[in-house]
Design a protein around this ligand. Structure first.
Ligand code: FAD
Ligand code: PHB
Length: 398
């Protein structure tokens, strides 16, 4: 079966779905294909923090109703070290900006519902996906749907298929340069049915390692613990997880305790920084995690995907309105400028907050001094705050 559309999109994560939605609002037709089921992508627990600009974009695109009803708007975060908490206030340091805590799977649900409400096409559970002929002006996506060979002919292909997808790997040899960094730790994340421990997110640094307290709702909490990269989840029964969470978040005066509850889900996520350059070749454009991933300490992954899609949408709209290719040509460079700043911030937050087993006594003192500085100097707090709430988008210029 062959279908025809203007933009063929591989991947129904935040990047692919948002692109399809924004293009439809601009009158541009697209088809999304996804190798997982709708149920799987709607329930995959991942990111939770939206920058001010990303939340504004969802609002402007008519996707904000449930985010406003069920999301939480936070005016700051706490950084806790040496058993003392230090709050960083976002609005006063950034001219009024804040963050929205709203699960990525909720964003995904909202966009899928919006696409289906206007007759949009998303093919779930496809297999054997390949992208072809993007060197010329008639690219194709081939795949199997219900076991049958299928094909999408399009003007452009958007590779939004995440870090393990096929689009990046389909670039001809020699086009891409990859830059990466591995970290000597991973995150064990849990979802717990329990009351909120704190109204705002708490990032802690201790001699036992890093911990993060985040939330999904007043009754559903998302907590993370630094663990070894090769950690076996089987070694982490629930009571060990709670004991470590309590130990790593305790305050000197004994006044803080996390309310415990049933653990509904647990998993280990490796941490890596990764970027490929360029993010385009011919008529294939990469966006989101398939082009770059960040360690989650800066809460930047989903936000970077949203920023890429803002750029790609603007470039495709300019092309279809007037045939102007300049924004498409500059897509990669415009995205990468901001991507590298988010990489820097994510690397910095990660190295500042985690316990690195290879650190020398000198490194440990330097790290404590850094935490002390960043929580004590208004200039340093401002730098953290403006990155955390999100740097300005690089608006396209023609
Ligand atoms: P994905 O969400 O990975 O979507 C890609 C889609 O493509 C998937 O649905 C996949 O199934 C599909 N796919 C893959 N291969 C194929 C194929 N061959 N054919 C068809 N479809 C395919 N980011 C933040 O901003 N804030 C946070 O607080 C945050 N916390 C995180 C916590 C954790 C534990 C993790 C793992 C990530 C976190 N992130 C966070 C990162 C964030 O989840 C990702 O950056 C985001 O999902 C990127 O969106 P994407 O659409 O580019 O990729
Ligand atoms: C989350 O809520 O999942 C979350 C929050 C902040 C981070 C990473 C993850 O830095």
């Amino acid at each position: 079966m062959a279908e025809r559309t203007q933009v063929g999109i591989v991947g129904a994560g935040p990047a692919g779905l948002l692109l399809s939605h924004l293009l439809a609002r601009a009158g541009i037709d697209s088809i999304v294909i996804e190798d997982r089921s709708r149920d799987y992508v709607e329930n995959r627990i991942r990111a939770g923090v939206l920058e001010q600009g990303a939340a504004d974009m969802l609002d402007e695109a008519g996707l904000g109703a449930r985010m406003h009803a069920e999301g939480q708007f936070h005016d700051g975060i706490e950084i806790r070290f040496q058993r003392r908490g230090h709050r960083i206030d976002f609005p006063s340091l950034t001219g009024g900006k804040r963050i929205t805590v709203y699960g990525q799977q909720e964003v995904v649900k909202d966009i899928i519902a919006a696409r289906f409400a206007v007759g949009g096409t998303i093919h779930f559970e496809v297999s054997d996906v390949a992208v072809r002929d993007f060197d010329g002006d008639k690219p194709r996506i081939v795949f199997r749907k219900d076991g049958q060979p299928s094909e999408i002919e399009c003007d452009f292909i958007a590779g939004c298929d995440g870090f393990h997808g096929i689009c990046r790997l389909s670039f001809p040899d020699g086009v891409l340069t990859a830059f990466d960094r591995d970290y000597p730790f991973a995150w064990l994340g849990i979802l717990s049915e329990s009351p909120q421990a704190s109204h705002e997110l708490i990032y802690t640094h201790t001699d036992d390692g890093f911990a993060l307290l985040s939330t999904r709702s007043p009754t559903l909490q998302r907590y993370y613990l630094q663990v070894a990269p090769d950690e076996d989840i089987g070694e982490w029964p629930d009571d060990r997880i709670w004991a470590q969470l309590q130990a790593r978040t305790a305050l000197a005066d004994g006044s803080f305790r996390i309310p415990e509850g049933p653990i509904l889900q647990k998993g280990i996520t490796p941490m890596r920084s990764f970027v490929v350059e360029p993010m385009q070749h011919g008529r294939l454009f990469l966006a989101g995690d398939c082009a770059h991933i960040v360690p989650p300490t800066g809460a930047k992954g989903m936000n970077l995907a949203v920023a890429d899609i803002r750029n790609l949408t603007a470039a495709l709209v300019a092309f279809y309105r007037s045939g102007d290719q300049r924004l498409l040509d500059g897509y990669s460079a415009r995205c990468l400028r901001r991507v590298w700043k988010a990489q820097r911030f994510s690397w910095w937050m990660t190295t500042m907050l985690h316990l690195n087993p290879a650190d020398s006594p000198f490194d440990k003192h330097r790290q404590t001094a850094e935490l002390d500085y960043v929580t004590g100097s208004e200039a340093a707090m401002t730098a953290l705050a403006e990155n955390y709430v999100g740097l300005p988008f690089n608006e396209p210029e023609l």
